[in-house]
Design a protein around this ligand. Structure first.
Ligand code: C2E
Ligand code: CA
Ligand code: CA
Length: 248
């Protein structure tokens, strides 16, 4: 089946203040005839068909099972984040399927974070908020992904039951130069403090940017500067080394 060509990679996430590992994001990899095809290419295509539902469920299942495997082998990872596409989220079976995967894998709900893009929210705000609340009631955490691209709106952010806002890489990259973007980050962080959600910056490639984010009191960071996405095997080595204090 097509699923055998799929693999999950994992990219660590760190706290800005103390540098400790706080979680990892699961990222899909597709190998076709020896070539790696970027998810940025095949996810949008899959999203146009119901194939995204199968792929999305496989990703959730795989990520939860891997997490529980690590946990039961004493390999400590605080949490796992999984990307959920708009079509998958809005599918009428999404909630029962999510509950089934939780039960079958045995993942503690508080260790699972779902990343939803803004396009998810824009589709039908009222229905979306209800579904998000139902997911939160299961104990699962929610993140708004790609914040700062296109349609970002602070106005609806305050309506959403989210645990985290993830600042998009394209937006983060401009921080060093663009005053307007710095003001927006400061505003999101102020809102985050008032509403008790955390803010994570993705795509952090330089120390300069990491330092700037520290000055801003951004909560968490993810990016090549600290760690690249890696296979499950590489991630296991990374986690074991960190636990024994050999690195980081
Ligand atoms: P995303 O959710 O915004 O994920 C972050 C992307 O940035 C990942 O690309 C990651 O490898 C890359 N990245 C991380 N740190 C850095 C950095 O410091 N510099 C640069 N230049 N890039 C960095 P990737 O893995 O190619 O994924 C691309 C997009 O494909 C993701 O963007 C996400 O929208 C989608 N995607 C990936 N896996 C899944 C999945 O399982 N389900 C769904 N629905 N979408 C997925
Ligand atoms: Ca993401
Ligand atoms: Ca992004």
């Amino acid at each position: 089946s097509h699923k055998e060509a799929f693999q999950l990679y994992y990219q660590p996430q760190f706290s800005v203040a103390g540098g400790e590992l706080v979680g990892a994001e699961a990222l899909l990899r597709w190998e076709n005839q020896g070539q790696f095809i970027s998810p940025a290419e095949f996810i949008p295509v899959a999203e146009e068909t119901s194939l995204i539902n199968d792929i999305g469920l496989w990703v959730l299942q795989r990520a939860c099972t891997q997490f529980v495997y690590w946990q039961s082998h004493g390999i400590r990872l605080p949490a796992i984040s999984v990307n959920v596409s708009a079509r998958q989220f809005h599918h009428r079976d999404f909630l029962p399927q999510l509950e089934q995967i939780m039960q079958e894998s045995g993942i503690p709900a508080a260790c699972l974070m779902l990343e939803l893009t803004e396009s998810v929210v824009l589709e039908n705000l009222k229905e979306t908020i209800q579904k998000m609340q139902a997911i939160r009631q299961l104990g699962i955490h929610l993140s708004i992904d790609d914040f700062g691209t296109g349609y970002s709106s602070l106005a609806y952010l305050k309506e959403l039951p989210v645990n985290e806002v993830k600042l998009d890489r394209s937006f983060i990259m401009r921080l060093v130069e663009e005053h307007k973007d710095r003001v927006l980050v400061a505003t999101v962080l102020a809102l985050a403090e008032a509403m008790e959600f955390s803010v994570i910056a993705e795509g952090v490639e330089t120390e300069e940017l990491a330092n700037l984010l520290r000055i801003f009191h951004c909560d968490e960071i993810q990016g090549y500067w600290l760690a690249r996405p890696m296979s499950a095997e590489q991630m296991e080595v990374f986690l074991r080394e960190r636990a024994s204090g050999l690195s980081g």
